[in-house]
Structure formats: structure tokens, C-alpha cells
Design a protein. Sequence first.
Length: 296
Amino acid sequence: MKRLDIKRNIFGESGKVFARDLLHDVIGSVLFAAGIYTFASGASFAPGGISGLALIINHYLPFLRIGLCTLILNVPVILICFRVLGKRFFFKSLKSMVLSALFMDLIFPLFPTYSGEPFLAALFAGALSGAGLALIYMRDSSTGGTDFIIMSLRKKFPHMSIGTISFAVDGIVIVIGGFVFGNINAVLYGVLMTFVSTTVIDKLMYGSGSQKMLLVISDRCDEIANSVSLETERGATIMRVTGAYTGLEHKLMLCVCSKTEVFKARAAVHRIDREAMVMICTADEAYGLGFNRIES
């Protein structure tokens, strides 16, 4: 028991959670390294972030490997963001950073890099690196660099998606890459890769667990809730609301269901009250009974 307690104190988590984190780190680092080293490094463009800066430096100093360069560039960023993000996030990210650097500098150089169409290189680099980063982000970790800046901004502005912040932060590095590689195509390929990467990140982190939220305003919400429950086996919440223009009191029903169930729910609403106001929204994530479990 004491050994387990020591492990929990060192890593701040149980052995099972640490093993799950490590699995995400390894798979995520492999995908990230494949995207950056195998596809982006030989295509004469720079993606955003510290990885893009590392590729630019490697272009001038080939002896300085991309993974090692990434670790060196991370030092000032870590010092700036450490206080905002905290010790636990720092140590988890340090593990992810070292793993991704090892794969990038020691494993993937053993395999050939892609030397075909830069357009395809940008697509695959974005998809692979985005999938890798999403897996790492899912376990509350990062690969360092602008990820630290992104996570710091996300902590200050939680309503903003990681992909949106990433795209804004990475833009300046992409423009620098255009000057370094001497053509506008380098900028366009960098933008394409970053767009694909951020899209994949948002889809994997939010899209896979997204649900539909049904909002119904009607005077017959009690009957509607029963009908929806019979059709979808989903519960609902009913609230009293007041129209701002008319001043009349109505009821509002809120129901979260899957993408396939929402159409059955909408049909159930219209069977009861065809005059009901129905709004269907996307809920990025839903936790609780019947939805995702909250893991420690």
C-alpha cells in the first residue's frame, strides 16, 4: 500500500490512470512525430508552433535535430507559462514532450520521409499531427511549445476552442516559414496543414462525444416530455420562461440526446404541438447517466 501511495504522490494519480495517460502519450507521440518528421520536414514548408520553428532552424542547421530543437525552444515558454498551468500539467507535458522528441529524433529517422506532392504532405501531416495532439490533449497534457501558450489562453478564455486558439497563435510561424522557404506556397501549405490539424483536434476532442440538445418552448411541455421519453428513452428538464415581448409565461423543455435520437424527439414534439418552437443545438460534450463518464 505504501508503494502505491508513493506512486500516487509522485504522479498525482493512480497507476491505472498513469498507464492510460502513457498509452495516449505513446500513440499520440507516434502520430505527431509521423506528421512532423515523415511528411512536413521534407516538404519545404513550416507548420505553426514550436514544431514549425524547429523545422525552420533545422533547415539552416541540419545537425540540430527537430526533436532536440523543440525541447530547447520549449524552455523559455515553459518558464513563462509554468505558474499559470501549474505543476501537475507541467510534469505530464514534460513526459509527452520527451516521448515525442525521442520518436522524432531516434525512431522515425530510421524510416524514409515522404518526398511527393507538398499538398498531400500538408494534408497527411495535418491529419496525423492533429490526431496525435488530440490524444495527448485528451489526457490533460501537451507537447509543450505553443501548446503551453494555447492552454494558458484556454484557461483564461474557456469558451474558446483549442483549435481556434491554435490557429491564431500559429499564424506568425507560418508566415516566417514563407520567408524562409522563399515562396507563397510555403505559407499556403503551412495554413493547410494547420487547418487540417486544428479541425482534426476539434473533431476528435469534441465531435466524437458531441450530442444534440433539444430546446422546446410550448405550453404542453409536460406531454411533450412524456412523448419524447417514450420515443428515445431520454429524460428532460422543464422550466418556466417568460416571453420578453408578450410578457406571457410558457414552459421550456430541455433534452439532450444522440444525433440519431434527435429526429425522433423532434417528431414527437410536433405530434403533440405543431406550434411549438423547437431549437436543435450541438452540445460538444455531455456527461452523466446515459452519456460519457467523467474519468479521473
